[in-house]
Design a protein around this ligand. Structure first.
Ligand code: ZN
Ligand code: ZN
Length: 165
């Protein structure tokens, strides 16, 4: 994903980029296009980009194990500073550009920010019912009789105590 900034005058520009997920090195988990919209603020000394990323993901639900499709949206900001000497920045959102450069490649950053945006807990929906621990049925689709066997009586443990004594 390349922005050839020498094609742009100083000032603010909107840049739309889209590339197939495979081109960024993604395989199974994502599909379609990685969609990136950047606001670029270019001046003599630096370039600041604010990018919004959208991509479709295909995930297995942690609770009910069915595959579901969701949209991952994330954003990042990056500042590139023009420099005569060759510097390497160890800061996350800072890079240096040599005066001979004419473009920036945001592919690696886009990939990284997508990976960071993937939620730790993957649920097909917030109130996913999951699978029945007894018969394994997907409780989002069907209901089984196993549930009625377990008592919801909060006094149950106490009753048992009583009987045991
Ligand atoms: Zn689920
Ligand atoms: Zn069941």
């Amino acid at each position: 994903m390349i922005i050839k900034y020498t094609n742009f005058s100083d000032g603010i520009h909107q840049i739309n980029l889209a590339e197939p997920v495979e081109k960024l090195g993604f395989s199974d988990q994502f599909f379609g296009l990685v969609d990136v919209v950047c606001r670029m603020d270019k001046s003599i000394h630096q370039i600041v980009i604010d990018c919004n990323i959208n991509v479709n993901s295909k995930t297995i639900c942690d609770r009910c194990t069915s595959e579901f499709i969701s949209k991952i949206s994330t954003q990042f900001q990056m500042t590139y500073i023009f420099s005569k000497e060759h510097h390497l920045s160890d800061e996350l959102n800072f890079r240096f550009l040599s005066t001979e450069d004419d473009k920036i490649d945001i592919g690696k950053d886009v990939k990284e920010y997508i990976q960071l945006a993937v939620p730790m807990k993957k649920l097909c929906k917030d109130d996913c019912e999951g699978l029945c621990p007894k018969c394994g049925i997907n409780l989002n689709e069907k209901h089984c009789d196993c549930k009625s066997e377990t008592s919801n009586d909060v006094w149950e443990p106490l009753k048992k105590l009583k009987f045991n004594n």
